[in-house]
Ligand binder design. Structure first.
Ligand SMILES: [Fe+2]
Length: 228
């Protein structure tokens, strides 16, 4: 029942609005689909561990860090990200972990159901990269090139052009400390906990397979919202 209530709530609220509403204390939302939904690209055990254990741990640690510093209470997740460089590492890492994973779950859909980019987004991808295949190649290069753990992103930059960015650990392009700033449109988790059970050490294979579960409808909605 809880799953279907979450689904109805998700349908009633645009993805971009859902990504803005969280304030302290933070809580873990259910996955927007069953843990088996992304198979065979991402297996159910990985999804369950990733969501129920890893994401929950970021939230628990973030709430603990905020409770220890009353000056941070009541801030939105986006407000915390914007000044991450001035915060204790526990806030930066776990605020990023919570935002990134919340965004990640909503970036994906069952294989074969994610549709295609909107015509506007498709044109922007062609303008920035030359083609969808070239964008995916640049995304893969950034993802495989990220040493250790981190994320790879497609963002709309402040110059209104699409770009690929990679961030270490749980940083993201919304943070003041990011090398490349912009509005994330999609992001893939390249921590080993995201793919190791299924893809073992083959991060490149995971990055290739992941496109099968990208929800282009949501990504296109984010692009439209970011351009307003
Ligand atoms: Fe993760």
């Amino acid at each position: 029942m809880t799953y279907w209530i979450a689904c109805l709530a998700a349908l009633a609220t645009p993805a971009t609005a859902q990504e803005q509403k969280a304030t302290t204390p933070f809580v873990l939302a259910p996955l927007p689909y069953p843990a088996t939904a992304l198979e065979p690209v991402i297996d159910a055990e990985t999804m369950t561990l990733h969501h129920d254990r890893h994401h929950q741990a970021y939230i628990d640690s973030l709430n603990k860090a905020i409770a220890a510093d009353p000056a941070l209470a009541g801030r939105s997740l986006e407000q915390l990200l914007a000044v991450a460089g001035a915060e204790p590492a526990a806030v930066r890492n776990n605020a990023g972990g919570h935002w990134n994973h919340s965004f990640f779950w909503k970036t994906m859909a069952r294989p074969g159901t994610g549709g295609q980019p909107s015509p506007e987004l498709a044109r922007a991808i062609d303008a920035a990269f030359g083609s969808m295949d070239a964008m995916k190649a640049a995304f893969k290069t950034a993802g495989t090139g990220r040493f250790g753990s981190g994320w790879v992103w497609l963002i709309l930059g402040p110059d209104s052009r699409l770009a690929i960015a990679s961030t270490p650990n749980q940083d993201n392009p919304l943070m003041d400390v990011a090398e490349t700033h912009g509005t994330p449109l999609l992001g893939n988790d390249v921590w080993e906990h995201a793919y190791y059970l299924k893809h073992r050490n083959r991060r490149a294979d995971y990055l290739d397979a992941w496109w099968q579960v990208v929800d282009w409808k949501t990504v296109s909605e984010r692009f439209a919202a970011a351009r307003r």
